[in-house]
Design a binder for this molecule. Sequence first.
Ligand SMILES: NC(=O)c1ccc[n+]([C@@H]2O[C@H](COP(=O)([O-])OP(=O)(O)OC[C@H]3O[C@@H](n4cnc5c(N)ncnc54)[C@H](OP(=O)(O)O)[C@@H]3O)[C@@H](O)[C@H]2O)c1
Length: 305
Amino acid sequence: MPQIKNISIIGGSGQQGTPILKALLLSKHFTITAITRSSSPSTSPPGITVTRGDYSSSFLESALKNQDALVIILGVAAPKDLQSRIITAAASACVPWVLPCEFGPDGASREMMDGLPVLAAKKGVRDEIEAAGDSGWLGIVCGLWFDVNLKNAFFGLNIKERTVRLYDEGTTVLSTSTLDQVGCGVVKLLSLPSEKLLKYRNSFVYINSFHVSQLDIFHSLLKATSTEEAAWKVTKVPVHNAITEGRNALAAGDYKGGLDMFVGMMFKEGAGGDFRPKSNNGDLGLVEENLDEVVAQVVKKVEAA
Ligand SMILES: NC(=O)c1ccc[n+]([C@@H]2O[C@H](COP(=O)([O-])OP(=O)(O)OC[C@H]3O[C@@H](n4cnc5c(N)ncnc54)[C@H](OP(=O)(O)O)[C@@H]3O)[C@@H](O)[C@H]2O)c1
């Protein structure tokens, strides 16, 4: 199998797609095509080919001809069957490698699969790729996006309001990545020599910026905000309660409340949010980031907003 050269990305204008596209461009190793909807308001950076269309089967198959790899990073607003149609087109166009829309929790963890219904659909897509047999999947597991989720106070730490809500004692470790680190990880993976890449065929690839607990993040926040613990209101919730209440909220149609189920699962001891032993950073040559530096950048953004 030849070394990857031609890469297509679908959703490259999005929150995670943008840094992936930026990292692919910066590497200067690849010829990049951004496949986008005719109706998309997005603009693409110079140096890439942009293929706009209606996402019909014929459009997708033609757009994916001669591609070595396809990165799919669609938003939740995308039609539920779109990924399947893309997979079928990629198989018809004989694209050897597909990175399906994973980019989050560990789908190899049984407890995570059982606890987060959204992961079932992701497994369905992986199964479809395997069943078609023409492409191999590479599932990026990056944990929760660190910078996005800290900025939005989704880790239980609210920078603006100076509140901390710890799951249990706040010591459970979470493997997590910034958006930029995911971009770097994708480039490192797709730059691997083909015989090394084959090792990852139809399996997950674990990347991270760092492995941290809520308390680690809190202590870093104290440094970045030059505050003492006394300036923050700290509360605790048993993680089991948070997950159950989040699940009930979601069932009642409260998506914001449902977040507690998602984040709680990630901070539940032994559920798979901590994937330290599985991390492929070393194999990929992906260097961890510095927690204090990343936290300081997030604090700056929050305080400037
Ligand atoms: N790890 C985490 O913490 C975390 C958090 C949230 C999500 N995720 C994962 O990351 C994925 C991407 O999330 P994101 O926030 O980057 O997505 P996003 O920014 O909301 O959207 C990504 C792209 O999807 C395309 N898109 C949007 N609506 C569409 C539609 N109706 N039909 C077809 N394409 C459409 C757009 O591309 P064009 O305009 O170019 O067509 C858009 O730029 C999610 O699906 C999820 O798997 C991970």
